[in-house]
Design a protein around this ligand. Sequence first.
Ligand code: COA
Length: 261
Amino acid sequence: MGYEFISYEREPNSIGILTINRPHVLNALNWDTLGELREFLEDVLPKEELKALIITGAGDKAFVAGADIAQMNEMKERDFQDYVDYAHRVYELIENERCPSIAAINGYALGGGCELALTCDIRIASEKARLGFPEVKLGIFPGWGGTQRITRILGLGKTKELVFTGEMITAEEALRIGLVERVVPHDELMNEARKLAGAIAKRGPIAVRLSKTAINAGSEMDLQKALLLEKTLVSLCFDSRDRVEGMKAFLEKREPMFTGE
Ligand code: COA
């Protein structure tokens, strides 16, 4: 895997760590980085059969400071539309990835960087992290899913406050409003992310995967349809060998040995 702008490592327990790697520009996402991400997500990740994927940024300062402003500045309108389309495609791949994803936010998560974190299932932030949507300062607004994904998490008022002002918030404030799930000391971020990934990796993989589908797809449906989806998916789970193993292990007072079947 000869990537220039991302790196990937597989760790024990089927946990993968994907790092955006352009620290000299605070990991800003240019075309080539998005291209490498797409290739990784479409061609490599499905074969990895991970139980959890952690996404983080290289260096000590930034998760991802957004789309690459220097590159955007050179774009004509048509190029910009293609860039936005491409970013949407990449972000949907992460959101719909079978295994759970965790954003380990190690610094600035701004604009497209915050939008990237929002495609992940769970966000853990270093206490040094700063999050926000500064796009209005550049004469645009968050267009890589930001106005939609953030609204679904924070509601209309908080989203508008963040988007209209472009102001950054601290990790603590992000925790308070529900933009991240945990804040941890900077030096412990990756260990905490690994611990969380490890806790998920021990559980029944089919149950985790189908619960992700139930939660994500169900949140876009009316309650009756969402409940129907939930019933269908949990019944599918019940048919798995992992369910037999999970219940048997409980009754035998031992740890389950899940196989993903
Ligand atoms: N696109 C392209 N380059 C970026 C970038 C981005 N989104 N964010 C930072 N960089 C580059 C800077 O231009 C600088 O490059 P240089 O060393 O060649 O001058 C380098 O990364 C370091 O950033 P700098 O601004 O010097 O660091 P700082 O600590 O003073 O400020 C930020 C950090 C995050 C506050 C500031 O970089 C910033 O506001 N970035 C833009 C964030 C943004 O608007 N994102 C949304 C884009 S749609």
